[in-house]
Ligand binder design. Sequence first.
Ligand SMILES: [Fe+2]
Length: 277
Amino acid sequence: MEIKLLSGALGAEVTGIDLKDTSDENFKKINDLLLEHKVIFFRNQPITNEEQIALGEKFGPIETHAYVKGLDKHPEIVRIIKGEEEKNQWGENWHSDVSYNEKPTKAVILKSLKIPPVGGDTCFSNMELAWDTLDEKIKEKIKDKKAVHSSLGAEFFVDDYKHMEVNKKRNYDAYSNEHPIVRTHPETGKKILFVNWTYTKKIIGLDKEESDEILNKIFEHQARLELTCRFTWTENTVCIWDNRSVIHFAIADFYPGRGLGYKRIMDRIAIEGDIPI
Ligand SMILES: [Fe+2]
């Protein structure tokens, strides 16, 4: 096994592990790597839908997405499609997936099927480091507080992506839940800063103005480049991220003469998380 670190903050590209091998022994290796590096990448792993699901099931029960429709044959797989003509892609801006759910996703397994020659990298930011390096005064202010996470109609953003569909669960109420701002990782016991720019709307117990001010400072801090890594995809790459301890950002840099004019397709599987504490 070989491990190439992606940055000083987090992320690793791993070679010498076969993702089709779902033995307990191999899974332990994968999970240990995930906990250590928080996001791990495996190039040249042309696994099938069934194999992707089998790998996902080793982590725990697979969840169906809150509002995006899955594949007909495999409803637990969401196909993320950016058409040739589209300039945007699903997953732009910093977020952790479905943090507005009562039990936000534990981990995501993403497999690349089609990748433009340039553009569409994904960035990740380490929320354990973000907590460790956060301004002490802000830490003191928020350490025992909760925040509201809400999709606020995010399901309708799917309408912006021509080739994606919402599932039957679509409704006009936003999904909304309160979570501790600092959560404890259930497997490592580490403290994690658990808010994000896309879904976290308000700190409970502060007035709107103060809440906005603190959240904006936190969002700026979370996006500091020294907390991040950036990955350039190739086809048949499998990425696994720990959705509890990272936020991510799918960069939509598809411009004429460069990445625009190409399809980008990913298959996504998510594993059910627990209630953040
Ligand atoms: Fe995402």
